[in-house]
Design a protein. Structure first.
Length: 320
């Protein structure tokens, strides 16, 4: 059965039937003109992201459930990076009428499963016919009384730390683009990221001064922090250990694995700055330091071992 066979409302009913999770904060879910989500904090953290077929995913590389996980993770990670807890997702699906409805159902399964990891639920959305398959997700979250972690809070003297995997998804993308399907660890990292959601609110409680999720590349994303905070950031290459499977894949493909680690995105690790006096738990690894902007020349907001990165683009740019 295709989307055209089921029709718009048939598609919606089949998808919403697979979103059975509940949340005490969701007072009204799918089925009305809008959802109703409680905001006990009095504030709502909101973020949106779009995945376009051929640009962000390929159906011959990833199953529909994997794409659902990825689409949810990209947004949930943004909420966590604000030091907040995700509560709800809104999903818009734009699809060719020829799409098999089973694919849309499996996409919904992936979205619901990823949201369920943090106690969030899919509360509504929209559908539309489109020649290009597109999944747009909006995430909502609550700060639970905490102040948000913003990009402008880093200060000279802070340390830079990372929680989560770095470079795995980029390595998986390169492997798939070369026509290979292994090692599985890296390919699966591209298909379905493993995001340390809990580290966002936990980092806020530890005293983080800024935080960002690594979606476009560590250098590029920390560059946003450096610009917003009016500081410079220097990373230590030696702080990043190349896993064995990544090292072997890089050797086989003839690439520098540090390009994946420093400039690769889609792992959605969390990068944060902390006062140097904070004792960080093991899941956070210190990878650099925040320095006065006066020590950096124009355009060198983030350096590696005191030097401008020369390994290529520092991260993903949709319009480059």
């Amino acid at each position: 059965m295709t989307v055209a066979t089921a029709g718009e409302f048939g598609l919606i009913s089949r998808v919403t039937a697979r979103l059975g999770a509940a949340s005490p904060l969701v007072q009204l879910g799918p089925g009305d003109d809008a959802a109703l989500v409680a905001a006990p904090d009095g504030r709502v953290v909101a973020s949106t992201d779009v995945l376009v077929e051929g640009r962000h995913f390929r159906r011959d590389w990833s199953a529909a459930r994997d794409i659902g996980h990825r689409a949810a993770a990209a947004n949930l990670a943004d909420i966590a990076a604000m030091g907040a807890r995700p509560t709800a997702l809104l999903v818009a699906l734009c699809t060719p009428a020829s799409l098999e409805i089973a694919w849309a159902e499996e996409l919904a399964d992936g979205l619901a499963a990823e949201a369920g990891k943090v106690g969030a639920v899919v509360v509504g959305g929209d559908t539309s016919a489109s020649p290009t398959l597109t999944v747009a997700v909006t995430a909502l979250g609550t700060l639970e009384g905490r102040e948000p972690l913003v990009r402008s809070g880093a200060r000279p003297g802070d340390v830079v730390a990372v929680c989560g995997r770095i470079g795995y998804a980029a390595a998986g993308y390169t492997i798939l683009s070369r026509g290979f399907r292994s090692p599985k660890l890296l390919v699966e990292a591209h298909r379905r990221p493993q995001v340390p959601y809990a580290a966002g609110p936990a980092g806020a409680l530890l005293g983080a001064t800024s935080m960002i999720d690594v979606s476009d590349g560590l250098l590029a994303d920390l560059g946003h922090v450096a610009t917003a905070s009016g500081v410079g950031i220097d990373l230590r290459r030696s702080a990043f250990v190349v896993p064995e499977q990544m090292r072997d894949a890089a050797t086989a493909l003839g690439v520098d694995p540090y390009g994946w680690i420093l400039a690769g995105g889609d792992d959605h690790a969390l990068a944060a700055t902390f006062p140097s006096s904070v004792r960080l738990p093991d899941e956070w690894r210190i990878v650099g330091e925040v320095l006065p902007a006066s020590l950096f020349t124009a355009g060198d907001g983030v350096t590696v071992d005191g030097r401008r990165y020369t390994g290529g683009a520092p991260g993903w740019d949709h319009f480059r």
